[in-house]
Design a protein around this ligand. Structure first.
Ligand code: GDP
Length: 174
């Protein structure tokens, strides 16, 4: 792939958050623009690599999805991550309450200064909402998270934006 060979910037992003918030689907959507029901994988880690065009610069973004069942594998990915997207499910408040825990994990296992973006996934399920967006925004501001966004892997909403936002900020830092 010519695009990938040309890429001058390479960033690694880890997706973390409670089980079933949609991390795998978000990564899938980012990679291929589609929504596919969860596919069981044997090694316990979902990878994706995509080259993005950010203001005329080719940026290669590698994404890995943390799986709670394989904690030791996931922990090793924290070390090389430039950014972490922390996901919760807007229809399940306990998954939002866990965000603080996931931030601690990044602080514990990650490098210094890992960029954080918060995503409230499944925003297509407005009727079942348990977490107001405003609350997520306030939380993000208080905890030094770059931005809070609501996404839907199912209807392809804001997934691209979340990764673009992160890539743009990582570029600005480098
Ligand atoms: P993970 O454990 O965090 O990786 O979660 P998965 O990606 O496996 O998704 C868990 C479940 O939520 C699956 O049944 C998905 O089909 C569903 N799901 C994921 N993203 C969305 C979304 O944006 N909207 C809706 N309605 N369902 C979603």
């Amino acid at each position: 792939d010519v695009l990938e060979e040309d890429a001058l910037w390479r960033f690694q992003i880890i997706l973390i958050g409670d089980s079933d918030v949609g991390k795998t689907c978000v990564v899938q959507n980012f990679k291929s623009g589609i929504f596919s029901e969860k596919q069981q994988n044997t090694i316990g880690v979902d990878f994706s690599v995509r080259t993005m065009d950010i203001e005329g610069k080719k940026v290669k973004v590698s994404t890995v999805c943390g799986q709670e069942r394989f904690r030791t594998i996931t922990q090793s990915y924290y070390r090389s991550a430039h950014g972490a997207i922390i996901a919760y499910d807007i229809t399940r408040r306990p998954t939002f309450d866990s965000v603080a825990h996931w931030i601690k994990e990044v602080e514990l296992y990650g490098a210094n200064n890992v960029l954080l973006v918060l995503i409230g996934n499944k925003c297509d399920l407005e009727q079942e909402r348990q977490v107001p967006f405003e609350e997520a925004c306030i939380f993000a501001k208080e905890t030094g998270i770059l931005a809070a966004l609501e996404t839907s892997a199912k209807v392809s909403q804001n997934v691209e934006e979340a990764f673009t936002m992160m890539a743009r900020e990582l570029l600005a830092r480098n």
